[in-house]
Write a protein that binds this ligand. Structure first.
Ligand code: DOR
Ligand code: ZN
Ligand code: ZN
Length: 398
């Protein structure tokens, strides 16, 4: 069975392609990318007026499974991912139990194969139980298939323990994804510690101008430091939170100043920030509607990321640059053979209508949680279709 995606604008940053092309898929693989239009196919997808891009990769997602299934599950979270155009998500370890053992990695892998709509790559915790006291069984988790390590949600406070983790990560060729709190201080510390060990450090959800500066300086000095930004940090500032009291504008790190937001957008443009990642953080109403002070940190992001990126960044980034932030760049950071449309590649493909306008409606979300500050926002750009290993999933929620 052959599927042809025709008439689209193929944007494939890894191969430097931005041109009208047709893509032919068979047995879950891309078998040709060409200007010719008449390949014999059993199924034709007409991508007129659309971008045809590598399946998007979100390297920072909270799926809440195991243990917090009232917020999200592997099933609902991956359906939200597919609806948002993502074909691969990396799930953070602050679950219950924490992803700190090969056994829990195995649980996630098996559940994702059984119930998941997209590819799920678990991130193992750095410390056992996220307690910051001793290292998790990182080597065994690597064998079980983790793509990185992180104590996301927390900073590893003990510098000696963090250095031990960096050394092991370097040995195992695993990136270390760092949640820096307080952001600037820990970003500076982690860059310094990573430099001493030669490990690959990735700074999660960068939100301040100062952290951008620190990362840029380290990169200029040749250090392998990378960074991501969330759609909410490049879209919103602290001034957008109505009276400072709407719990759907509460997250860690928090929304910052317009100057910070401008620095982040400049860092996306100059490449200091290579990836856009959602930090999709589902919470139940009962954990949000408890007064601002007591509300849980975090907002969902999988189903709004593409539209926000196109709406906010299309005037700043070229389409190739924008698509790279969701595909080839995160693939490179994680060392994955994904995020490109080469002949022979896994047929993970996302089709996006960059001009379609819509109003974000949380009632249409696949996610089990609805904690978004973007409900009712008018946006441009819509995911039309998500193809995973040649299988088409069209969950239009926008
Ligand atoms: O806002 C956040 N929510 N930041 C984090 O680092 C953790 C996340 C969560 O797990 O809810
Ligand atoms: Zn975090
Ligand atoms: Zn997170």
């Amino acid at each position: 069975m052959k599927t042809l995606i025709k008439n689209g604008r193929v944007i494939d940053p890894a191969n430097g392609i931005d041109a009208p092309m047709n893509i032919l898929i068979e047995n879950g693989k891309i078998i040709s990318v060409s200007e010719a239009g008449n390949e014999d196919a059993d199924k034709i997808i007409d991508a007129s007026d659309c971008w045809v891009v590598p399946g998007l990769i979100d390297m920072h997602v909270h799926l809440r499974d195991p243990g917090q299934l009232h917020k999200e599950t592997i099933k609902t979270g991956t359906r939200a991912a597919a609806a948002g155009g993502f074909t691969t998500v990396c799930c953070m370890p602050n679950t219950s139990p924490v992803i700190d053992s090969a056994e829990t990695v195995k649980y996630i892998n098996e559940t994702a194969v059984r119930e998941g709509a997209v590819r799920v790559l678990p991130v193992g915790s750095i410390t056992r139980g996220l307690a910051g006291e001793s290292l998790s069984e990182i080597q065994k988790m690597k064998q079980a298939g983790i793509c990185a390590i992180s104590d996301d949600g927390k900073t590893v406070e003990n510098p000696a323990l963090f250095v031990a983790a960096l050394k092991l990560a370097k040995e195992l060729n695993l990136p270390v994804l760092s949640h820096c709190e307080p952001e600037d201080e820990i970003t500076e510390r982690d860059i310094k510690l990573a430099k001493e060990t030669g490990a690959k450090l990735h700074i999660c959800h960068v939100s301040t101008a100062k952290s951008v500066e620190l990362i840029r300086a380290a990169q200029k000095a040749g250090q392998p430091v990378t960074a991501e930004v969330t759609p909410h940090h490049f879209t919103l500032t602290q001034n957008d939170n109505p009276n400072g009291k709407d719990p759907n504008f509460k997250m860690a790190p928090p929304l910052r100043t317009p100057a910070d937001r401008a620095a982040i957008i400049a860092a996306l443009k100059d490449g200091t920030i290579a990836a856009i990642a959602t930090d999709h953080a589902p919470h139940h109403e009962n954990e949000k509607n408890v007064g601002y002070e007591n509300a849980a940190n975090g907002i969902i992001g999988l189903e709004t990321a593409v539209a926000l990126a196109i709406s906010e960044l299309a005037g700043v980034l070229t389409p190739l640059e924008l698509v790279a932030k969701f595909t080839s760049n995160p693939a490179k950071i994680l060392g994955l053979d994904l995020g490109h449309l080469s002949v022979g590649a896994t047929a993970d493909i996302t089709i996006i209508d960059p001009a379609a306008t819509s109003i974000i409606d949380k009632a249409k979300f696949e996610s089990l949680s609805k904690n978004t500050p973007f409900h009712g926002r008018e946006v441009t750009g819509r995911v039309v279709c998500t193809i995973i290993e040649g299988e088409t999933i069209c969950l239009q929620t926008a």
